[in-house]
Design a protein around this ligand. Structure first.
Ligand SMILES: *Cc1c(COP(=O)(O)O)cnc(C)c1O
Length: 223
């Protein structure tokens, strides 16, 4: 497993407008440093504690993306440094991010997580809930967040047509939300696509892919 080679190969396949988030959850810092030395600067983690620890020991020009489910009481730990939070799925969470960002005199980029998969286990809002959120007075008062787009995860299936339909749904939702021109929003990012489906996602309009195992190898959660 040569991390630098994997990275270069994937980068060479991405259109220049697509941003690569290297998903490094569960991986040791030595692996992340291999990617860093190959030029990668955006890393995605799904556990706040793990991201905080990696942030503390690694170079400070790294942009840390929180891609996992976020518990409100843990937002404060990442608020000083997190670059983007992908999994915003409620007004309450957005308000907590806003509050913690304000304490650190920051504006934190956020993505609204939209539920596009048919499985029950996937988190996220419906397109209607996202619309309601963006039109709410409470959201308009969250001046320390910048909602920059949407994020979604397709169903874990070999049915490419289904995955394509789900990605298309996310892109349509993004287009609709963009038209609302809501305050504290600058919608430009569609975060969709992982190791197994990022090419399909790009074909459906993804501008940000989150790739883990194709860069770092398969994960061992038992460790
Ligand atoms: C783990 C994870 C990824 C990366 O998955 P791979 O299949 O290893 O590329 C992408 N997005 C989210 C939200 C994840 O939790």
């Amino acid at each position: 497993m040569n991390i630098a080679n994997n990275l270069n190969k994937i980068q060479s396949q991405l259109p220049e407008y697509v941003t690569l988030v290297a998903v490094s959850k569960t991986k040791p810092i030595s692996d992340l440093m291999e990617a860093y030395d190959a030029g990668q600067r955006i890393f995605g983690e799904n556990k706040i504690q793990e991201m905080v620890e990696k942030h503390e020991t690694m170079p400070k020009d790294i942009k840390w993306h929180m891609i996992g489910h976020v518990q409100r009481n843990k937002v404060k730990h990442m608020a000083p440094f997190v670059s983007m939070i992908h999994g915003v799925e409620s007004l309450k969470l957005l308000e907590e991010i806003n509050k913690q960002a304000m304490k650190h005199h920051r504006v934190i980029d956020c993505l609204l997580q939209i539920k596009i998969a048919s499985e029950d286990s996937k988190f996220g809002m419906s397109p209607e809930e996202a619309t309601t959120l963006l039109q709410s007075k409470a959201c308009a008062e969250c001046n320390n967040v910048n909602i920059v787009g949407v994020m979604g995860m397709a169903t874990f299936t070999n049915d490419k047509d289904q995955v394509k339909r789900e990605f298309d749904k996310l892109k349509t939702t993004f287009d609709h939300l963009k038209e609302l021109n809501s305050p504290n929003c600058q919608l430009h990012t569609v975060s969709m696509g992982m190791s197994g489906d990022y090419k399909l996602a790009i074909a459906s309009g993804s501008t940000m892919v989150r790739v883990g195992s194709s860069i770092f190898g398969s994960r061992n959660y038992a460790q």
